[in-house]
Design a protein around this ligand. Structure first.
Ligand code: ZN
Ligand code: ZN
Length: 108
C-alpha cells in the first residue's frame, strides 16, 4: 500500500518539473514576486530596533499638530506650517537618529 502511494507522488513530482520547464509565464510570474519582496522596506529605530506601529506619536513644536512622522516623511502635516525634521526621536529609547537611518531594505 505505501509503495503504491510513493509511486503516485513520484509521478506528480515529475509532471510538476515538466510544467515548470515548459511554462515560461509561470516562471516570470514567480520572478516578479521575488522582486517586490526584495524591495520591501522596513522602518525601525537604528539604535534599539523599535518599530513604529502607525500611531501618531510625534508632535510639531511649531503648530502642535500630532502625527505619524513616517507617514509624512518627517514633515509637519499642517498645510500652513511647513516644519520638517532631519532627526526623528524614538518613542522607545528616546534617542534621536537621522530620519533616513530609520529606513532599512529587507532582503528575503
Ligand atoms: Zn529606539
Ligand atoms: Zn507644524
Amino acid at each position: 500500500m505505501t509503495i503504491k502511494i510513493r509511486a503516485f507522488l513520484d509521478i506528480l513530482n515529475f509532471r510538476f518539473v515538466d510544467a515548470n520547464n515548459d511554462g515560461k509565464a509561470i516562471l516570470s510570474d514567480a520572478k516578479s514576486e521575488e522582486d517586490t519582496k526584495k524591495k520591501r522596506k522596513q522602518i525601525r529605530c537604528p539604535l534599539c530596533g523599535w518599530q513604529p506601529d502607525g500611531k501618531p506619536y510625534w508632535m510639531c513644536e511649531k503648530c502642535f499638530a500630532v502625527f505619524d512622522t513616517f507617514k509624512t516623511h518627517a514633515h509637519c502635516p499642517a498645510p500652513k506650517c511647513g516644519n520638517s525634521w532631519a532627526y526623528t526621536q524614538c518613542i522607545a529609547c528616546h534617542q534621536q537618529s537621522l530620519h533616513e537611518k530609520w529606513y532599512e531594505n529587507v532582503e528575503i
